[in-house]
Design a protein around this ligand. Structure first.
Ligand code: CP
Length: 339
């Protein structure tokens, strides 16, 4: 019986590094269901710490974490920085816009340079799909994907799962996974690494996932990921428990994919009236940054009882603390985690 089978039979996570036998976190696609659940379970302790007045742990004291961001970010960069600092690590941020990347240095030479500085973990955001894997193959420390092109944004999917699971528990629908939950993801599915990571995570955890976008913003063959494909948002919303909205990723669009923002909002914007098609208890999610009045109306985004967008941000710090802790256990010599 493999680790997944043991987990299913006993409900207990495998011991030591068998619980998470990966050096890097490059995508949800590399993870088994029990490994996703392990990361969520480990994050719970950090949610509690983050709600205390004093939010400090010395777990990663003496370690150096480099956040190398080749694309803009508010939530991911800050939460990785806060996560590392709350765990006691030395955290350094490298912004590509002010680095030697601007002088023509390649991604691989940048990776070799960071490696020579003996980082204990490197967090990468890059505009090219697969950039994180490329760097992971060149360095000696764990690499965490903070978003690579339109490929994956694994910590976003993990924080989304944690925020959703905690909200469902608060509503009395406590469950370890999302079996039977109906989720619609609507927006620029074609360019969205968030959509891809969430499809992988939500389906692994048992949810029924629908994706909705104009035909030009829907990737060919996406049904093979186990999702139902919609182009009519009103139909896609019927009876769902969760509505996850995504922004239009203009920075990845070469050419015109939609006639206008106004027309897009008319067909695909989440309004209060449209939300009424979903289940009466349906929750609203958005990874941010939001474009209010385009993919989501303010009166929906700010619904205190239905929108869990700020909870998603809060869970981002806890998830990133869990990832940094778990991926540095081997280097820290934690019993049961060394190779
Ligand atoms: N959700 C997300 O990745 O946001 P940032 O681009 O602000 O990091």
């Amino acid at each position: 019986m493999g680790e997944q089978g043991t987990f299913q039979a006993t409900g207990r996570f495998p011991e030591g590094r068998l619980a998470f036998p990966h050096r890097d976190l490059t995508g949800i696609g590399q993870l088994a269901r029990h490994e996703i659940l392990y990361l969520l379970a480990e994050a719970e302790q950090w949610v509690e710490l983050n709600r205390q007045r004093s939010k400090h742990s010395d777990l990663l004291a003496g370690l150096t974490i480099i956040n190398a961001f080749f694309e803009n970010s508010t939530r991911t960069l800050l939460s990785f920085e806060i996560a590392g600092k709350r765990l006691g690590a030395d955290v350094v941020n490298m912004h590509a816009a002010t680095s030697s990347v601007k002088k023509g240095e390649t991604l691989i030479d940048t990776a070799i340079t960071l490696n020579a500085m003996r980082a204990d973990a490197i967090v990468i955001r890059h505009g090219s799909s697969g950039a994180t894997r490329l760097i992971a193959d060149k360095v000696d420390c764990p690499v965490l994907n903070a978003g690579d092109g339109s490929h994956e944004h694994p910590t976003q999917a993990l924080l989304d799962a944690l925020a959703l699971r905690r909200k469902l528990a608060e509503l009395g629908q406590a469950s370890e996974d999302f079996t039977g939950l109906k989720v619609v993801i609507c927006g620029d599915i074609l360019h969205s690494r968030v959509a891809r990571s969430n499809i992988l995570s939500l389906t692994a955890l048992g949810a029924c996932v629908r994706v909705c976008a104009p035909p030009a913003l829907m990737p060919a063959g996406i049904a093979a990921m186990g999702v139902a494909v919609f182009h009519d948002f009103d139909a896609a919303l019927e009876g769902v428990d969760v509505v996850m909205m995504l922004r239009l990723q203009q920075e990845r669009m070469a050419g015109q994919f939609i006639p206008s923002a106004r027309e897009y909002h008319h067909l695909y914007g989440l309004t209060r009236q449209r939300l009424a098609r979903a289940a009466s208890h349906a929750l609203v999610m958005h990874p941010g940054p939001m474009n209010r009045g385009v993919e989501i109306d303010s009166e929906v985004a700010d619904m205190l009882d239905r929108a869990i967008i700020t909870q998603q941000v809060e869970m981002g710090v806890a998830i990133r603390m869990a990832c940094l802790d778990i991926l540095t256990r081997a280097a820290r010599g934690v019993e049961g985690w060394t190779a």
